[in-house]
Design a protein around this ligand. Structure first.
Ligand code: PEP
Length: 265
């Protein structure tokens, strides 16, 4: 089974519109002379206020905007209504998004998002034809207590509850150990691969072998140009969700370039 790698940049609450435009243009320039078949799937998740700016400079190299996809960093599961401060999947689609990151540990931690909410968001995203990037991961305390696998299996089962195998196959999961996010401490790549293979087994259990073979499972947590080739060389790691290193075109483009060296699995 060959799974096209994904390199996704999560810009979090960073960059004003002019900076977002300049960064996006830097990534676009790097991709311009490369065919979509040699590039990984590239996904950029700017702030909501920069979505239209980024889409206004989306690829105009003749690829029809297919080289770089745009993601929301969050969504609500309802289509519209009295939910002050929220954004719906339709609104994200309308602003040019084809992916939505959900269940990021920062949202779970600072905004009290539960597995149940993440499951509702995943269903709403898939119902509108977009792709959820479902984040999961353990704290350092959980790792040290030896409950990493059971914790993550629980997060994945809850997130995928009631979703058809066909929709699971299209989805993306990002394994992001919380202790590795923004800390500069990368999870050992064999260990990341082991956890991701475990996640794939959970997907097999809940959605069948075909969905488990198709779903792309990324690693996230202090990914840098110097770490990505080894991470991508592992059997089950299908790409990366990148935070800090996605905020500079130089480092993000280098991550894409290094991914291209180990593209075919
Ligand atoms: C993230 O927040 O999803 C992330 C992986 O951040 P960083 O790459 O900065 O660790």
């Amino acid at each position: 089974m060959s799974r096209k790698p994904i390199i996704a940049g999560n810009w979090k609450m960073n960059l004003l519109q002019s900076d977002a435009k300049a960064l996006f243009e830097g990534i676009k320039a790097f991709c311009a002379d490369k065919s979509a078949t040699v590039l990984p799937t590239i996904v950029i998740a700017p702030t909501f206020t920069s979505l239209s700016v980024v889409n206004s400079v989306k690829c105009d190299c003749g690829c029809g905007g297919t080289k770089i996809s745009v993601a929301g960093q969050n969504c609500h599961w309802e289509s519209s209504g009295a939910f002050t401060g929220e954004i719906s999947v339709e609104m994200l689609a309308d602003a040019g998004c084809s992916y939505v990151i959900i269940g990021h540990s920062e949202r779970r931690q600072y905004f009290s998002e539960t597995d149940e909410m993440i499951n509702k968001k995943a269903k709403a995203i898939l119902a509108k034809g977009l792709i959820p990037i479902i984040c999961c991961g353990e704290t350092l305390e959980q790792r040290e207590a030896g409950v990493t696998d059971s914790w993550i299996a629980g997060q994945i089962k809850a997130a995928l509850e009631g979703i058809s195998s066909e929709d699971v196959a299209k989805s993306v999961i990002a394994y992001e150990p919380i202790w590795a996010i923004g800390t500069g401490k990368t999870c050992d790549s064999d260990e990341a691969n082991r956890v991701i293979a475990m996640i794939r087994n959970v997907v097999k259990e809940v959605a069948g072998a075909s969905a488990a073979d198709s779903i792309r499972i990324l690693y996230g947590g202090s990914v840098k140009p110097s770490t990505i080739a080894e991470q991508m060389s592992k059997s089950d790691i299908d790409g990366a969700l990148v935070g800090g290193a996605s905020l500079k075109a130089e480092s993000f483009n280098q991550i894409i370039e290094n991914t291209m060296t180990v593209m075919v699995k």
